[in-house]
Design a binder for this molecule. Sequence first.
Ligand SMILES: Nc1ncnc2c1ncn2[C@@H]1O[C@H](COP(=O)(O)OP(=O)(O)OP(=O)(O)O)[C@@H](O)[C@H]1O
Ligand SMILES: [Mg+2]
Length: 257
Amino acid sequence: MHIELRNVSHEFTLEAGSLPVLKDLSFSVPKGRFTAIVGPSGCGKSTITRLVSGLLKSKKGEVLISKEVVKSPRSTVGMAFQNPVLLEWRNILDNVILPLEIVSKNISRETKIKRARELLKLVGLAEFEKSKPSELSGGMRQRASLCRSLVHKPEVLILDEPFGALDAFTREDLWQTMLTLKKQESFTCILITHDLREAIFLADEVLVLSGRPASLQFQLDVKLGDDRKLDDLYTNETTKSLAILRKQIEIAQKSMI
Ligand SMILES: Nc1ncnc2c1ncn2[C@@H]1O[C@H](COP(=O)(O)OP(=O)(O)OP(=O)(O)O)[C@@H](O)[C@H]1O
Ligand SMILES: [Mg+2]
């Protein structure tokens, strides 16, 4: 297993006492697979991303990447969030290159540029490499942010609601871009989302978390294969899966304390 959580529990210490957020959470993501995590707002999804990325240490249980316990942030992880923070004083190409400047200091600038251009081309931004972030639309900025999270060829990609702020059509466009990236690049992915269709369209498996403190409530295998199309979201089978997930979310919301 590439990413593994073993009986992870976590609580935050607040002035008023402690807030249990995760309780005995166990799941794993095999190498090269894509797992989506859904659950009620505030149940602990972003906390999971911080634990996997090493930004936070679990109070109980273990988080492993490639069989090694995660103790601190590592360069083999890439991340993208809902609001891409791109640096306005750098053009898009230089924003995408940034992680390479930090983790791959020994590579020549030409090699860095070549790698960044490869990704920008893949997501349809080749002509915008000299643009400033503010000259791009929200969807384009998110595309650039995805390139930046993948430029150093991370083994693990963590996406926390990366398409949440986009309109429905742009979001569907980005889903297809994500599928292209999934085919071309090799990474193991955890996607946090509130959009059940997005979870089914992108993932090999969808995990539903219970209310806080979150544990694993339900697992759904997605059998759409590698060549999925948006039309696959409207088949009887997908409609059934969506109904099952919606029901599970309802149960999870009721279990939130
Ligand atoms: N650093 C922190 N200190 C104290 N409490 C925190 C901290 N980070 C998160 N929390 C609390 O932990 C709980 C889970 O937060 P988290 O951000 O993981 O939820 P989430 O599932 O990502 O929510 P959403 O779907 O709204 O993004 C929330 O109640 C939040 O207030
Ligand atoms: Mg969150």
